[in-house]
Ligand binder design. Sequence first.
Ligand SMILES: *Cc1c(COP(=O)(O)O)cnc(C)c1O
Length: 356
Amino acid sequence: MQATKRHIWNGVIREFYDLLPGIKDDSIVTLREGNTPLIEVLTMGDLFGKGIRIFLKYEGLNPTASFKDRGMTMAVSKAKEEGSHAVICASTGNTSASAAAYAARGGLRAYVLIPEGKIALGKLSQAMMHGATVIQVEGNFDDALAIVKEVSNTYPVTLVNSINPYRIEGQKTAAFEVCSHLGYAPTYHFLPVGNAGNITAYWRGYKEFREKGIIDTLPKMMGFEAEGAAPIVRGYPIKNPETVASAIRIGNPSSWENAVKARDESGGVIDMVSDDEIINAYKLLAKEGVFCEPASAASLAGVIKMHKNDIFKSGDTIVCTLTGHGLKDPDTAIKSSDKPVSVEAELSKVVRVLGF
Ligand SMILES: *Cc1c(COP(=O)(O)O)cnc(C)c1O
């Protein structure tokens, strides 16, 4: 047999070159992010009835296991092109993991500020392993973001939070992939909302495909905050946001206005789900064979909530973005599951436990 050379995915900057801000090829810092699977839900038919198709955009399969890599390849590449030697971010975890990895890859230093004791273990381990300077602040994400903005205004270091416009540019490529995989735009696009960069990015991506005539219709954008961290839904910043979904534990989102615009222009909603609804959806997804982190499950929790409001029609296509991989947060996974049974290493005892 002869090995056939197939197209190998080159990462979002090279694959979507004409749809992104220009960049010199030798500045591109990539780990071949993107090209994540769109997985159709098979086991939840009873929940939603016939004629409605639900797809999961499994962003946990990016190089650092969250969608942040799509924006980080752009932001770090641009920082490199502009001659910057260091990047800085505030993070609920995944931005720091991604910044640390892409900075390492590009030969830049990374400084990350995280809320002390509040980020999932997998994410912390990534930032540490990739050699970032990790600073835990005694405060929340919003406090950390205010500090890194100041630092980047004053010192020679590039801010790579999603207020960096290149982050949003890179992240819009996920919408391109959804359309390319389906062959059309979905009816609804559900996603969790934290700092609200991702809902902004998807909406931009869909609109650009529409302007180019690649798709005929636009989805309704359906963003879901966690009940204890729902500033957009409530209409005011939340001082002490609280939720099990640590990636969206944000009280004053940077892209607040753009999220509202995405909702209003698309005819969608921004709503909230409780921690119980999030954990329920997280477990349903695991039963489907797809392991995501709690924040990601806010998207499916949103679908379940909207189904109760009876908004879906036969023929609707729903896409849920699963923003990060479940392995990021093993503590919540273990807390949400039955404990393994302990038994002596004896055949008869094991068989009894198995119930045969
Ligand atoms: C960053 C992040 C979010 C929130 O995305 P925003 O762009 O800040 O709204 C949701 N889920 C996960 C896993 C994330 O890492």
